[in-house]
Design a protein. Sequence first.
Length: 139
Amino acid sequence: MREFRGIKQNDMARRLNMEPSAYNRLETGETKLDLERAKELGRELDVPPDYFTNDDPVVVHVEHISGGANGYQPRVEYPAELLERLLDHNEARHAAHVKELLEALARSEQMNQQTQELNRRLLDLLEQRLPPLHQPERP
């Protein structure tokens, strides 16, 4: 997933406040991934933490193509259940963002109405307190 997102190993290690060698051991499975680190990785890669503890097989096909590196290119297939969980996670995040935006818009509209009311009151007060402007007399 890190490579899919275009993030280098050193950059991911820096984001997680880890030494690159320690992060490499996580990726290769030499070091077990604990729940807190899975949550951090999930936040960085925008996936649910259970993405990293999933035992579903990931199938990698190597296909011969012209123009690729050495004429071969890997093609990865993810299990449908994993893809569904990722979609659900992203849809939930999207819905939460939309809700936040709608709430912010409602607050903004309310503040705009309050500002307009305050401006009306201020104008009324100014009209009551200020003497009328002097108009030149006509000959």
